[in-house]
Every structure is written in structure tokens, then in C-alpha cells.
Design a protein around this ligand. Structure first.
Ligand code: NAD
Ligand code: UDP
Ligand code: UDP
Length: 317
């Protein structure tokens, strides 16, 4: 018998960058949070400050194995997000996306929990359409070095919509665009963490290719607000729904901005472009604006300042 009215929320990948911010947010709203992680790319340090909280529980578990717990909501975030991490063990990346989705959907089906999937702008691949609306089917290489992630996430979306159609599972699918902020892993190779850490160490900033490729960067607080709004929307809102910041920058502009904000003597150096690196990426967030009344509030320089503070403290520790 339940003796509490608190919502019991499972967050897979909860010790990662986005997951740890989501744990904080959902605890602050008075929920019971079960944070599950296999620590492949996340760390206990990201949630160490929550360990004493009476409504927080941390569990080491790999989502590719079945999980039997009783919950009301599931946020499925488990999956390494940076190319360096997800390409280190690509077979495990596909397993995490596909077997992990099956297990979490099976759990949602049995417990009748609502389930959120952290999908990605990578489902659009190297897009021919710009900016990318949710109706665009994408241009993904099925056999390249990014495929374990891109195709794994696409298959997970398929599973979510089939569990909805076949088993009436309540689903929420967000396609998340590049997000940054405190608790990114300093060594995960993503562009924002790389440039800030390089600038703080006085090392050269490594631009891959000529730096004319574009990305749109969303600060983590804005993104978490979007996830929570999507989860609390009506059952008819399933997504997929784009969440990201539509303001687009070239990678060279990002390097110049990061360097100016950090200060120091670093130079910009040019390295080969990895294969299948998308040329441009910018979300069309009309749907999120209309349905969730959501749009990012934090400007790039503001968000970068907070991220720089975090890495400065981390590198000094
Ligand atoms: P992250 O690597 O910091 O977090 C992922 C977490 O999942 C880590 O703590 C990792 O240890 C855990 N994990 C990996 N495999 C697991 C497994 N088999 N079982 C249990 N835990 C496992 O990455 P993030 O940036 O926080 O991303 C979170 C989610 O959001 C991912 O699903 C990612 O694909 C998605 N996403 C992130 C971004 C972004 O820009 N940050 C963009 C699009 C999508
Ligand atoms: N599963 C789980 N926890 C549950 C229920 C199911 O981990 O509480 C897993 C189980 O391993 C199963 C998968 O989810 O393989 C899919 O479950 P579903 O009921 O859809 O399929 P079935 O059990 O019929 O294969
Ligand atoms: N990038 C770069 N220098 C770095 C790391 C990344 O120029 O040190 C580029 C990368 O080639 C890509 C963009 O920055 O064009 C974003 O890379 P990231 O790995 O952060 O994300 P994704 O490619 O998945 O969007």
C-alpha cells in the first residue's frame, strides 16, 4: 500500500549532465526521485550533493537489463551523448538505445507510467531542410561512425510510437538539440566543453574543418524547463517535439566568443573534420512554442559565463 502521494519518478541516465539537473528540478518540486545510471559517461559526483536528500535514491543499473520497480513517471535519458563517448563502444550504444528503450517501455506498460524519451536532433542526420521541423524525416547514414547513436535513437522513437499504438503506453518524445552548461563532462569532446577547457588551460582551441558549420546551443536550464513542460502536457501531446535554441552560430563564432569570455592567450587552430559531421543544425521550435508555450530565455554569452564558472572551479579542485 502507498502511504505517500508523492510522484515516484525514475530518471535513467540520471547521473549524467542533463539527468543530474533534472533530478534536482524534480526533487525541488517535491517528488520521489529514483536516479538510475551505469556510470558509463556520467558520474556520482554529479549527484553527490543530492545523496543525503530523503526523497532521492541512486541506483547502479544498466538499462539493457530488465528493471522491476514501481513508478509513476519515467524519463529515459540513459545513453552517452557525446560522439567521443558513444563511439568508444558503438555496439553498447545501440544496445542502450534499443534494448534500453524496450525495457523501459515494458516497465511503463506494466506500471502504466508515463514515459519520456530523450531523442535527438541527430535523427535528422545531415539535413537538406533548414531549420528542421518535426515533420522532416532526416538524412542519416545507416552504416557510418555516428550511426550507432543516430539509428539507435531513431529505432527508439519507432519503439515508443509502436508501444503507444499497440499497448496504449503514454509517451512523450523530445528531439533535443545541442545543449550545454555546468556538469558537462570536461573530457567528453563536445564543442562547448572542449573550447572552454582549452581556453582555461591556455591551450589552442581546436576547430574541426574550417569552422563554418553551424550549431544552435541551448542552455541546460531552458532545456530542463522544456522537458518538464512536455511531461506535464496533456496525454494527446506525444511529440516528437523539437527542444533547442533556434539561435544559430558557426563553430568559429563559438570559439571566438568562448575565448573572449575566458580571456587568455589561446589561438584558434584547425583540425580535420570528422566524417558525417552535419554542416548545419537549427531547430524549428514553432511546435514547442505553440503547444508548451516554451522558448529558451538564456542568451549564449550568459550561459557560457555560467559554464565557464563551473569549469574554472572544476579545474582548480
Ligand atoms: P551524458 O553522457 O552526460 O548522460 C548520459 C547518462 O546515461 C550518463 O550518466 C551515462 O552514464 C548513462 N548511461 C549510458 N548508458 C547507460 C546504460 N546502458 N544504462 C544506464 N545508464 C547509462 O549525456 P547528456 O548530455 O546528459 O544526455 C542525456 C540524454 O539526452 C541522452 O539520451 C542524449 O542522447 C540526449 N541528448 C542530449 C543532448 C545534449 O546536447 N546534451 C542532445 C540531444 C540528446
Ligand atoms: N520489463 C522490465 N520491467 C518491467 C516489465 C518489463 O524491465 O517491469 C522488460 C522485460 O525484460 C521485457 C521488456 O521489458 O523483455 C519488454 O516488455 P514487454 O512486456 O513489452 O514484452 P514481453 O515481456 O512480452 O517480451
Ligand atoms: N567541434 C570542433 N572542435 C571541437 C569539438 C567539436 O570544431 O573541439 C565541432 C564538431 O566537428 C561539430 C560541432 O563542433 O561540427 C559540434 O560538435 P559536438 O561534438 O559538440 O556535437 P554534435 O556534432 O553532435 O552536434
Amino acid at each position: 500500500m502507498r502511504i505517500s502521494n508523492r510522484k515516484r519518478i525514475l530518471i535513467t541516465g540520471g547521473a549524467g549532465f542533463l539527468g543530474s539537473h533534472l533530478c534536482e528540478r524534480l526533487l525541488a518540486e517535491g517528488n520521489d526521485v529514483l536516479c538510475l545510471d551505469n556510470f558509463y559517461s556520467g558520474t556520482r559526483d554529479n549527484v553527490a550533493h543530492l545523496l543525503g536528500h530523503p526523497h532521492f535514491e541512486l541506483m547502479r543499473h544498466d538499462v539493457t537489463f530488465p528493471l522491476y520497480v514501481e513508478v509513476d513517471e519515467i524519463y529515459n535519458l540513459a545513453c552517452p551523448a557525446s560522439p567521443v563517448h558513444y563511439q568508444r563502444d558503438p555496439v553498447q550504444t545501440t544496445k542502450t538505445n534499443v534494448h534500453g528503450a524496450i525495457n523501459m517501455l515494458g516497465l511503463a506498460k506494466r506500471t502504466k507510467a508515463k514515459i519520456f524519451q530523450a531523442s535527438t536532433s541527430e535523427v535528422y542526420g545531415d539535413p537538406e531542410l533548414h531549420p528542421q521541423p518535426e515533420s522532416y524525416w532526416g538524412r542519416v547514414n545507416p552504416i557510418g561512425i555516428r550511426s550507432c547513436y543516430d539509428e539507435g535513437k531513431r529505432c527508439a522513437e519507432t519503439l515508443f510510437f509502436d508501444y503507444q499504438r499497440q499497448h496504449q503506453v503514454k509517451i512523450k518524445v523530445a528531439r533535443i538539440f545541442n545543449t550545454y552548461g555546468p556538469r558537462m563532462h570536461p573530457g567528453d569532446g563536445r564543442v562547448v566543453s572542449n573550447f572552454i577547457v582549452q581556453a582555461l588551460r591556455g591551450e589552442d582551441l581546436t576547430i574541426y574543418g574550417d569552422g563554418s558549420q553551424t550549431r544552435s546551443f541551448c542552455f541546460v536550464d531552458d532545456l530542463i524547463e522544456g522537458l518538464v513542460r512536455l511531461m506535464s502536457s496533456g496525454d494527446e501531446v506525444t511529440g516528437p517535439i523539437n527542444l533547442g535554441n533556434p539561435k544559430e552560430f558557426t563553430i568559429r563564432q563559438l570559439a571566438e566568443t568562448a575565448l573572449r569570455l575566458v580571456g587568455g592567450q589561446s589561438k584558434l587552430v584547425y583540425k580535420p573534420l570528422p566524417s558525417d559531421d552535419p554542416r548545419q543544425r537549427q531547430p524549428d521550435i514553432s511546435l514547442a512554442k505553440a503547444v508548451l508555450n516554451w522558448q529558451p530565455q538564456v542568451q549564449l554569452e550568459q550561459g557560457l559565463d555560467k559554464t565557464i564558472d563551473y569549469f574554472r572551479r572544476l579545474l582548480q579542485a
